[in-house]
Design a protein around this ligand. Structure first.
Ligand SMILES: [Zn+2]
Length: 264
């Protein structure tokens, strides 16, 4: 069974704690205003779950390809990191398309509004950029979504980006397997998966970057190995369960015990 999703309160409380050091890397933020925040590279190695994630998503045609693949694999869940300016333009070409993904249980994460390198922004500008992105997402979804994860453009972890993540209670997220390349090449990496891996794709489908073709092969392959494709929230929940188990509480006992153990 997939792990139960965490509440926003859990994420806000847990996002900055040091408990996660075994699975999460760190950056030097000695010059920053906020304390170091763990970066989410991969989930627990204990549970057979993997997160497929998709950045940018400016082309409606590629999003349709992804939608078709997911329709053929209805158990799979993914996480989308669309840039803000793609939300409205894609929506205009196929009204309701984002809502369809959201309604089927897929997750959304922040990837900036304009796909700028956020290292050149002032910290508050990134916070404003996130708020603008979230407004655009809420607009196309027709409701206020819960967002837990943020991935910076170009995978550049910077102090302004980390400041925003702290301000908005988001988990800075990278990946452990990179897509982007011929399907045979990327599938070779996916066949060597470890439990808890985060795969970074883009919704590209050109000869040199066949992420849609790769996705259509990766999901059945992972399923054949008993691996579930889950959202980042589900993967993160497994990390927290591991840490709770390590500190003496019973793992897998659900949200209420999660809170009780961590509040002691
Ligand atoms: Zn990107």
């Amino acid at each position: 069974m997939p792990a139960s999703p965490l509440s926003r309160r859990d994420f806000l409380k847990l996002g900055g704690i040091a408990l996660l050091a075994t699975a999460l890397g760190r950056v030097d933020l000695s010059q920053a205003d906020t304390p170091p925040t763990p970066i989410f590279y991969h989930g627990s190695r204990r549970y057979p779950r993997i997160a497929l994630t998709y950045d940018d998503i400016q082309l409606v045609t590629r999003l349709h390809m992804l939608e078709n693949i997911l329709d053929q694999n209805p158990e799979a869940r993914i996480t989308l990191f669309p840039v803000g300016n793609a939300l409205a333009t894609v929506e205009a070409k196929d009204p309701g398309i984002w809502k369809r993904f959201y309604g089927k249980g897929h997750e959304f994460g922040y990837h900036s509004y304009y796909h700028d390198n956020l290292a050149v922004y002032k910290p508050q500008q990134v916070v404003d950029d996130y708020d603008k992105w979230l407004d655009a997402l809420a607009q196309v979804l027709g409701e206020q979504p819960t967002v837990h994860f943020a991935r910076p453009p170009y995978d550049i972890i910077s102090n302004p980006f980390m400041y925003m993540s702290g301000q908005r209670g988001l988990i800075p997220t990278l990946f452990s397997i990179g897509g982007g390349g011929p399907a045979a090449f990327v599938m070779n990496a996916i066949r060597k998966y470890q439990n808890g891996d985060i795969v970074q794709f883009h919704t590209r489908e050109q000869p040199d970057s066949q992420d849609m073709t790769t996705t259509s092969q990766a999901i059945p392959f992972l399923n054949s190995r008993g691996v579930q494709c889950v959202t980042l929230s589900q993967l993160y929940d497994d990390v927290l369960r591991d840490q709770i188990n390590a500190t003496g509480c019973d793992a897998g006992a659900g949200q209420s015990l999660t809170r009780t153990c961590l509040e002691q």
